[in-house]
Design a protein around this ligand. Sequence first.
Ligand code: NDP
Length: 315
Amino acid sequence: MENKTSQEHVHVLIIGSGPAGYTAAIYAARANLKPVLYQGIQPGGQLTITTEVENYPGYPEGIQGPEMMVDFEKQASRMGADIRYGMATAVDFSSQPYKVEIDEEKTITADAIIIATGASAKWLGLPSEQRLNGSGVSACAVCDGFFFRGKEAAIVGAGDTAAEEALYLSKICSNVHMLVRRHEMRASKVMQDRVLKTSNIMVYWNTETLEVTGENKVDGVRILNTQTKEEKTIPVSAFFVAIGHQPNSGIFASKLEMDDQGYIKTVPGSTRTSVEGVFACGDVQDKIYRQAVTAAGSGCMAALDAERYLSAKGH
Ligand code: NDP
């Protein structure tokens, strides 16, 4: 990483602005750690592309995802966190104080760093999928399944997430049409068995999604059987994409220990990474739960871990 002309030192630097980052900022600010938070390219993170959130405790009437993230930001600001628009573009953890480059033009050094860069859902890349996103197309069955109670739904994917979400949807929707691109599933055997034994989940093998149909909201999905070459449209009100997530950890590659999918490894029961003084919270280190409330919880843990680390260091 090059040394930039514009430099600044901060006590605690938080990278990322979803529930994890903002919660870390609230706790760090209240502990007088003077956190500076860089929001990244999508301030508010994944919740800014969902509609209603009904499973975050404390909002009895539910709340719109983007509005909730504005509330998180306001609360962090009110506690004294310095929230800035900007993207971390490179890091150097080889010596302390650690360096983080922002927008390829400024270098920040920090006594402790909290990474909360989240993950992004993978999409099929169909124009219709993008056009109807939020109008029946979703990448989170746990978030949005409820809105399709008693309706027909399709889900694409064949891993553990797709299996888990198909089972979740089968309890809410009338039927779940599960679109699997090969002749077998990648999900664990136990999950596959559960899916195959559930009477209202229909599995379509060797199936490619050609298009999600509907004018302003989803009304069907056009599919192709890649073996028989037969094309057909299944009428559905919802189309869920569950083909995996991509942790936003690219700039930390070879700087921090990660698993083979790029999730940052943390010491169990903590947010400590393989580099002392660098903590990770939220979806960038969690491929199992991935909920706003669990991300917020781990953001709190990261701030407490950072506080303990700094006080042990005498900072
Ligand atoms: P995975 O990468 O395991 O699976 C992705 C699935 O999506 C695969 O079946 C893949 O098909 C399919 N897929 C990818 N691209 C496309 C496409 N363009 N069109 C159609 N299908 C596509 O992701 P998951 O999110 O399911 O799981 C990630 C990790 O998290 C895994 O290690 C999983 O075991 C773990 N996990 C564990 C859970 C638990 O223990 N409770 C719950 C959820 C996840 P193909 O098989 O053909 O490549």
